[in-house]
Design a protein. Structure first.
Length: 268
């Protein structure tokens, strides 16, 4: 298999997934700001897809790639790659957490949030944008690396990431809009917050140009699975509960698992 044949498609999918943050910026102004329950289903769906793909498809694929070169130690290499992916995500969260209180975003003028003044709200919007930029970088690499190995799987990963990028765009746009009163300004920041995903894809291209693909990709795919699993449990599922009804989130999770399982059966 010539990995370079999929480079253009992999980069295109990553770009499209990243740009869906702009959709989130638009949705913030065409829907009621206090009615985001439907997003909890989408977030749960995204988490279900990403967790299932990581543990059921990417990990076995990583083992297959590494087994040929490291028949005795490939399982440890996969385990190590997964742990490194988790650690990378933990470090990102430690130095720049991506959480912003939903109540502050939806009701910035609420008396209960009166201690959060104009400056703090503006700062929340900018910090959220920066945090999402950093979190989207490994997501971009995940989409790119996955697509170069399996186009069908890459489409599924890109779709899952695109879904949860929409509420990320909303999280950026709402505080910016409440502070500036300018919709286009808020939408611009929402769009820019997703630009690091194609940058992550470019880094993936650079890596492929320097190393032996199958040996490196097997290890990186395990790390990608760790990153995606962490994102699902640390970001998607808590946000799913925060933005709406937890039972609706469960429906989304189960639907996501069944959807990706069925798609892998039909298209695999």
């Amino acid at each position: 298999m010539n990995l370079q044949n999929n480079f253009a498609l992999a980069f295109s999918l990553t770009m499209l997934a990243g740009l869906t943050t702009a959709i989130g910026g638009a949705v913030a102004f065409i829907t009621k700001k206090d009615n985001l329950k439907a997003l909890s289903i989408g977030l749960g769906f995204s988490a279900g897809v990403m967790i299932f793909i990581s543990l059921v498809d990417i990990i076995p694929g990583s083992e297959t790639l590494l087994k040929a070169n490291f028949p005795e130690t490939y399982k440890w290499l996969v385990f190590g790659g997964f742990v490194i992916g988790l650690l990378v995500s933990v470090l990102i969260d430690y130095f720049l957490p991506d959480h912003v209180d939903t109540e502050e975003l939806l009701h910035p003028d609420n008396p209960e949030s009166c201690s959060h003044n104009h400056y703090k709200l503006k700062r929340a919007g900018f910090l959220t944008a920066v945090a999402i930029c950093i979190h989207n970088f490994p997501e971009g690499m995940a989409t790119f690396l996955t697509t170069t190995q399996n186009v069908t799987l890459g489409l599924s990963v890109a779709f899952a990431i695109a879904i949860h990028n929409i509420p990320e765009g909303i999280a950026v746009a709402l505080p910016i809009y409440h502070v500036t009163g300018k919709k286009r300004y808020a939408m611009l920041y929402a769009a820019l917050s997703g630009i690091t995903e194609p940058i992550g894809a470019l880094v993936g291209m650079f890596i492929f140009g320097l190393f032996v693909p199958h040996v490196l990709v097997g290890f990186l795919m395990a790390a990608v699975a760790g990153i995606m699993t962490y994102i699902s449990f640390d970001t998607l599922l808590p946000l799913a509960k925060e933005y709406g009804n937890w039972h609706l989130s469960i429906v989304g999770i189960i639907s996501g698992i069944l959807f990706i399982w069925l798609s892998l059966i039909l298209l695999g």
